[in-house]
Design a protein around this ligand. Sequence first.
Ligand code: ADE
Length: 284
Amino acid sequence: MTVGHGTPRAEIGVIGGSGLYTLADDVVEVRVETPYGPPSDALFVGEVAGRRVAFLPRHGRGHSLPPHRINYRANLWALHSLGVRQVLGPCAVGGLRPQFGPGTLLVPDQFVDRTSGRVQTFYDGLPLPDGTVPGVVHVSAADPYCPAGRRASLDAAAGAAWDPVDGGTLVVIEGPRFSTRAESRWYADNGWSVVGMTGHPEAVLARELGLCYTSIALVTDLDAGVESGEGVTHAEVLEVFARNVERLRTVLFKAVELLPAVRACPCGHALDGLTTGLPGVPGD
Ligand code: ADE
């Protein structure tokens, strides 16, 4: 189905990694076109715990997109255009402390951007295909994650007997290679908690559309600076993610249920007083 009259709407979005393509059984596949090009894949829209949810495979079906090739703007825009206002972003990360070993679930409260060259704004002064020109907008990223989404995710994990780590800094690297031991030790020495490749610019683009965004980080490995073996391998990441995917799904289902029906967090006010120039932004 492509977007048009009768397109299913959703209030919650989940941008997920491998093994989380579909959250519910009765999903409708919706192809969304955006002014920024195609999203990573079709959106799968269905119902979870009585809530309308749109699921988007971040890397595309078959994991064909590396982190630096993901069209993050198209992904967030597509979700927003279906009505999504709260986004959960589960992702695989490496642990930067010995106690954050494989299987740890961490809900970060900060990130550090170590990517390079990724487009990280909707407000870049360039006209859209329809001729509209976005204004110049500087949103606050001081607290990049939604407090209500973080609370819901932490409670959901605790309810699934998965003692989550509350807070910490996710350092986002450009990839696709993993970090050298020196880089990894440097991240750890800075006090950062986990390292991944997809958390940025997802969170700030969500903020620029007035969306709530919560990162849910599943540790799949100890990063090179804290382990003493051969270093991280992609096979290890995929294997640990696959081993934890069922309980991650359980946490996501529960988090969806716990997300507030009416937003009382500051996220929807990120654009207050600003002229975005973008159609439908801010939305209600
Ligand atoms: N994703 C999973 N493990 C990772 C690591 N060690 N570094 C960067 N991204 C990752």
